[in-house]
Write a protein of this length. Structure first.
Length: 54
């Protein structure tokens, strides 16, 4: 998605259409499963998400 100007909402619809998006939704890969006791990580230009068939 680098340089495409796409938002997480656009990604939701393009890649997860017809699926149930699971928490935390489409987010930066550094926010996917953060370790609360670990250091904060720099944001990266990549998104991830997880969904299932309803």
């Amino acid at each position: 998605m680098r340089g495409s100007g796409s938002s997480a909402t656009t990604v939701d619809h393009r890649f997860f259409d017809g699926l149930e998006l699971l928490e935390p939704g489409v987010v930066s890969v550094t926010r996917w499963c953060p370790d609360p006791s670990g250091p904060l990580r720099d944001e990266v230009d990549a998104l991830c998400g997880q969904a299932r068939k309803p």
